[in-house]
Design a protein around this ligand. Structure first.
Ligand code: EPZ
Length: 424
């Protein structure tokens, strides 16, 4: 397994290119299954999860060509196997996003249950509830969700869907299924993440009739057919937020090209309250900081968008580890998203956890050590810790990082970090 070798203490200066959003590209690759016309996606990030999703749709008979510049051309005209097999789904939960499009286009789908992952059980019961409300008959057998339309039905029927909690990929599955359903679908407590709006914009470019995306109520009028489109994937707000926290912690002055400050209000507000300077500038976001030790620790609670994103919890916690004062962090979305805590403590952090709450007492410095990545965003928090720790930090199992960050170590090296990948 590859490792990252980091020597801490450098400040970061210069410019970083923010890639396309993982959590927009994944549903948008599935949205291409909704039409037999060619679909072109631009600015698709080079990530392990994207490679897995390409393997998944190719496995269904879809052709998908990825160019080095991030352009992916998809042709789902020959889609012949509406199946998402376990060996692919178990490595990436987002495979559940094939369920809605396959049902909408084909009237049937066999998708493996994703199984839990490091950060929690992550059930898909709400996906099943919403699609069933649209008429789908879904049984769970041998670890698979087997979905089909009732006898005599040629398409799903629009419905009013209120899920028990806000679900990002649930909202995305419903959007894609409803686009081709008969009649109107109303999502009452829809997720409002920018990736949802980006998917909706792509579906509208394909001929879907959608309004209200970006709010908690989305209305979709089903159409008979969708056509191809060319869509540019929105910039990754979590990658941008990760770099904001890195520069705030190490100190420096960096421009995040293509970063969308308007997608990061909650995080930017906390960084400003801590004492960093963060500005929306032409073409991106500029962040300046005198280093974590000069900043004031900030407590926060993770909540659904537009609140503080759970995907930024681990990275901001690292900043709190070296900032002044004590901060309380509450993780309200996932039940087990503090696995980075033990690894940060190995680096000298002072953190106490009790269930969903972590209390972080800032320390003057961290000291480099070997630590182990456990999940995607935990890995990012450990990289940031390595950038500020005294001496050398080795982050092991960075396949977790590669799932969701496009060449992170070369982007960090490009702004002055002393970091290199050690091939297994
Ligand atoms: C999406 O996951 C993101 N993944 C996650 O990003 C992100 O952390 C999460 O949304 C929350 O923002 C993608 O978009 C591919 P949810 P998702 O459904 O859709 C519970 C990353 O680091 N729930 O919004 O799976 C669930 O257990 C990843 O990039 C049910 O109980 O999250 C959780 O507690 C990690 N039943 C809460 O709802 C369901 O059927 C929110 O989950 C669905 C969800």
């Amino acid at each position: 397994m590859d490792k990252l070798l980091i020597r801490g203490g450098r400040t970061l200066q210069g410019e970083v290119l923010v890639s396309g959003a993982k959590n927009a590209a994944l549903p948008e690759l599935c949205a291409a299954l909704l039409t037999a016309d060619p679909v072109t996606l631009l600015n698709v990030p080079q990530l392990q999860d994207v490679s897995t999703m390409l393997k998944l749709i190719r496995n269904m008979g879809v052709t998908a060509e990825r160019a080095d510049d991030g352009t992916v051309r998809i042709d789902a005209s020959a889609l012949n196997t509406p199946e998402a097999p376990y060996e692919l789904v178990k490595t990436m939960r987002a495979s559940v996003l094939a369920l809605g499009p396959l049902l909408a286009r084909f009237g049937e789908a066999t998708v493996s249950l994703p199984g839990g992952c490091a950060i929690g059980s992550r059930p898909v019961d709400q996906h099943i509830k919403g699609l069933a409300a649209m008429g789908a008959e879904i049984v769970v057998e041998h670890g698979y969700m087997i979905a089909k339309l009732p006898a005599g039905w040629t398409r799903l029927k629009g419905a009013r869907i209120t899920t028990d909690m806000v679900t990002v990929t649930g909202t995305e599955n419903f959007l894609m299924a409803a686009a081709l359903a008969e009649g109107e679908t109303v999502l009452e407590n829809a997720a409002q993440e920018p990736e949802i709006s980006d998917l909706a914009e792509m579906l509208i470019a394909m001929g879907a009739k959608i309004e209200g995306h970006g709010t908690s109520r989305i209305r979709i009028q089903g159409v008979d057919q969708l056509h191809g489109c060319t869509h540019r994937v929105v910039a990754d707000r979590i990658e941008a937020g990760t770099f904001l926290c890195a520069v705030a912690a190490t100190g420096g002055d960096v421009m995040l090209r293509h970063g969308r400050a308007d997608h990061l209000d909650a995080v930017i507000e906390k960084l400003r309250e801590a004492g960093a300077t963060v500005q929306a500038v032409e073409g991106g976001i500029r962040v300046q900081s005198a280093g974590g030790a000069t900043l004031k620790a900030q407590g926060f609670r993770t909540t659904e968008y537009p609140g503080f994103p759970t995907d930024m919890q681990a990275q901001f916690m690292t900043l709190n580890c070296i900032a002044q004062g004590t901060a309380t962090v509450t993780e309200t979305i996932f039940e087990n998203r503090f696995m980075h805590v033990n690894e940060l403590v190995r680096l000298g952090a002072k953190i106490q956890t009790d269930g969903k709450v972590a209390v972080i007492e800032g320390v003057p410095r961290l000291s480099g050590a070997t630590v182990m990545a456990t999940d995607l965003r935990a890995s990012a928090s450990l990289v940031i810790a390595g950038l500020v720790a005294d001496g050398e930090t080795v982050v092991d199992r960075i396949y977790h990082l590669d799932r969701g960050y496009d060449c992170m170590e070369s982007k960090l090296r490009g702004i002055g970090a002393d970091i290199e990948r050690v091939k297994a």
